[in-house]
Design a protein around this ligand. Structure first.
Ligand code: HEC
Length: 695
């Protein structure tokens, strides 16, 4: 395809065309998620079932700027054969898609990086919108120079326009915004404990960076849904934010926005009610931000059951009619499918009674929604017959531990003094990689985690020092009560040997990777917190003054349920890849995804593993996916059968969603591979884009 026509085709797609299908054949990969509809589908066919076995590495590009602990989860985009991406060191790069050679790079100077970048053109100018932490920059795609007249002094500052003191906000971009005409529509990550910024959805003018509309996910007086909160909640709660991304129906002018839980995420005594529009799939008029319809997936969430994935637009055959639908996956392992225009569910949703909370002040919702079809893509209730049998010792340990846990399925409120099983775990079910959709068949490909986590509540410790108190309130949920989380988050035990005071303070203020920023902490609190983290024990700090808003109870942390050898304490599969026909709601196939190389060497293969990053699907008949945490593989499966057709060992894990595109008549598959997701068993940090092609 000629270089110019690629841009024009995209422009045509994005602004003019009233296409019946949401996906238009392109040799590029012009958007995060592949296209506005979030299909992660490519109509390219050069690489197909017959030749994928011969795929080999074509080039690698290492940005070389990864900070320690740096993550590289970006899904790049390709426009006119040029690959654009953010890098772990918070730069924007443009590469020749055929060779991986650097064309230009621009260093933002920020210290936080998201999972992708957004492209916009009016046919003349080509802009990249790149989010780094609280800022969004607009960069000229041709020259790599930022536009100085964009936003406030060359950038949008997401801490503004929230009707709260900008100096006390913490919003940072994980997933890039989406484009509708000349609007850049964006959410952001906020803190999940109080204080937390509002999760407003905002649309900015792509040329000027000026705010064009805002949708309040926590309604103000007079707005729809206000009655689902206590009266003043909008002034002191926060979150209900979109961190996982959105999809746009360009033809209808509707943006689909899934949101996360309200803050504080595990104790809702000061937000009694259903808490609209937290945990909600919103259909908003993309031009004005007005609500068209909504569906709340979890009422009064006290489990951090965010909608974790961007939605996917699909056209299905339903009751003999073609229906334009939107599919939304969840951490629970559900797929909800709605008529895109009016929000009518295509398969029945049942509201089932769920147990009340036993924690003082907490009022759990009486019912929660369960879709009757498709069946969940992750297991729902952990029972004794599902415990690990990896070794007799591990099994015995799991049986003993299991007796101490409460395991009753979904939506069981956490208790004080006893751990409750969360299955599938806090990281799904589905996660941020999203799903792929083949528009020619209506089959949805979704990868899932399938391990158990546990947690409980405790009385907030009041008498502790300011540093420790703050640590326990804000940090312990991830880093563990004693600073060694032992699982998904970095240990802080020896932080003083690795980092200066200033670096630790900056990490806390700005956040990085999956860690949110805490810029709203008062300076004195920050000083005490840094002191506490550096010393491991609080010194000379004044006792915390409990504000009346401070929650009485808090959460004891995200505990992955691992056996003493560090493998999941439930029986495999620990991770899966699923193909679900959205026309019928039936499964086409389901397979374990990933292995532990050490276990595979002992003969325990095909266990599946935790996985982060999504699949793509091609007209060549293939599903490509990396995502697996431990085996560092990129794999290609037959999209009709789930049969493994090709795999390649990479230097690092590809905890990212791949892309595919064609330049100069050659099809490439590219994925970001980096030093591994989990703190344990990780390869060194840093990483590279790895490109594959036929010889
Ligand atoms: C939602 C989970 C989460 C919370 C809450 C959280 N962190 Fe983190 N933290 C992380 C993750 C993940 C990283 C690794 C960052 C990365 O990937 O870039 C990290 C990194 C850090 C680092 C840098 C570690 C290193 O080795 O350089 C420090 C210091 C830190 N956190 C301190 C804190 C403090 C203090 C708090 C409370 C104010 C806190 N964190 C709250 C998840 C969290």
């Amino acid at each position: 395809m000629a270089r110019k026509s690629g841009v024009l085709a995209f422009l045509f797609l994005a602004t003019v065309l009233n296409a019946q299908e949401d996906h238009v054949a392109l040799s590029d990969w012009p958007a995060y998620g592949g296209d506005a509809a979030g299909t992660r589908y490519s109509s390219l066919t050069q690489i197909d079932r017959s030749n994928v076995g011969r795929l080999q590495m074509a080039w690698q590009f290492d940005p070389g700027d990864s900070p320690p602990n740096g993550r590289f989860q970006a899904q790049p985009i390709v426009v006119d054969g040029i690959l654009y991406s953010v890098t772990p060191g918070s730069s924007v790069v443009a590469l020749d898609g055929a060779t991986g050679k650097l064309k230009w790079s621009w260093k933002s100077g920020e210290r936080s990086v998201g999972r992708g970048i957004t492209f916009w053109t009016d046919g003349k100018e080509q802009r990249l919108l790149a989010g780094f932490g609280r800022y969004v920059y607009a960069v000229d795609a041709v020259t790599g120079k930022p536009f100085d007249d964009f936003g406030r002094g060359g950038r949008i500052d997401l801490h503004y326009d929230l009707d709260r003191d900008p100096k006390k906000q913490s919003v940072s971009l994980t997933t890039p915004g989406v484009i509708y005409k000349d609007l850049y529509i964006v959410g952001g990550r906020t803190a999940e404990s109080l204080p937390a910024s509002l999760g407003d959805i905002r649309a900015y003018d792509v040329r000027t960076g000026k705010l064009r509309w805002t949708f309040h996910t926590i309604p103000r007086p007079g707005e729809y849904g206000y009655q689902t909160w206590p009266k003043k909640a909008w002034t002191y709660t926060g979150a209900a934010n979109n961190w996982a991304g959105m999809a746009v129906d360009v033809k209808r002018g509707i943006v689909y926005v899934p949101t996360g839980s309200a803050a504080a995420d595990f104790y809702g005594a000061n937000r009694v009610g259903d808490d609209l529009f937290a945990n909600t799939l919103l259909a908003l008029d993309a031009a004005t931000g007005k609500r068209i319809w909504h569906f709340q997936g979890v009422k009064h969430d006290i489990w951090d059951r965010d909608f974790p994935s961007p939605p996917t637009l699909v056209t299905v055959e339903h009751d003999g009619k073609r229906v334009d639908a939107v599919a939304q996956t969840t951490k629970q392992g559900f797929v909800f499918l709605f008529d895109r225009a009016n929000g009518k569910p295509l398969f029945p949703i049942e509201y089932r009674r769920v147990p009340p909370s036993t924690v003082e002040g907490e009022v759990a919702a009486r019912t929660q929604p369960f879709p009757l079809k498709p069946a969940p893509f992750a297991r729902q209730l952990l029972t004794e017959d599902m415990l690990t049998t990896r070794t007799p010792q591990a099994h015995q340990w799991a049986v003993e531990q299991f007796k101490t846990l409460r395991s009753e399925g979904l939506f069981i409120p956490f208790m004080v003094g006893k751990e409750t099983v969360v299955f599938p775990g806090f990281d799904g079910g589905a996660e941020w990689g999203g799903s792929a959709l083949d528009p020619t068949t209506g089959v949805l490909y979704v990868n899932a985690n399938d391990i158990a986590w546990t947690s409980s509540m405790r009385r907030t410790l009041a008498a502790a020092s300011l540093g420790r108190q703050t640590y326990l309130n804000q940090c312990a949920a991830c880093h563990g009560e004693n600073m060694s989380s032992g699982s998904a988050f970095p240990s802080l035990v020896d932080i003083a040997t690795r980092r200066t005071r200033a670096q630790v303070a900056a990490s806390i203020r700005n956040g990085s990777g999956r860690m949110p920023g805490f810029s709203s902490l008062p300076p004195q609190t920050l000083v005490q917190l840094v002191q506490y983290v550096m010393s491991g024990k609080a010194k000379g700090a004044a006792p915390a003054s409990r504000s009346p808003r401070e929650p009485k109870y808090d959460f004891t942390g995200y505990h992955k349920w691992y056996d003493p050898d560090g493998y999941p304490a439930v029986a495999p599969p620990w991770g899966t890849l699923n193909a679900i026909d959205l026309n019928s709601g039936e499964y086409a196939w389901k397979i374990p995804l990933g292995e532990y190389p050490d276990l595979a060497a002992q003969g325990l293969k095909d266990t599946g593993t935790e996985n982060y990053g999504g699949p793509i699907v091609t007209a060549g008949g293939l599903v490509f996916i990396g995502a697996t945490n431990y085996d560092k593989k990129l794999r290609a499966f037959d999209k009709d059968t789930g049969k493994l057709l090709w795999e390649s060992l990479m230097v690092n894990s590809g905890n990212a969603t791949p892309i595919t595109y064609e330049v100069n008549g050659k099809q490439y598959v590219v994925i970001a591979a980096f030093g591994g997701y989990a703190g344990t068993r990780a390869a060194p940090p840093g990483g590279a884009f790895v490109a594959f092609a036929l010889p």
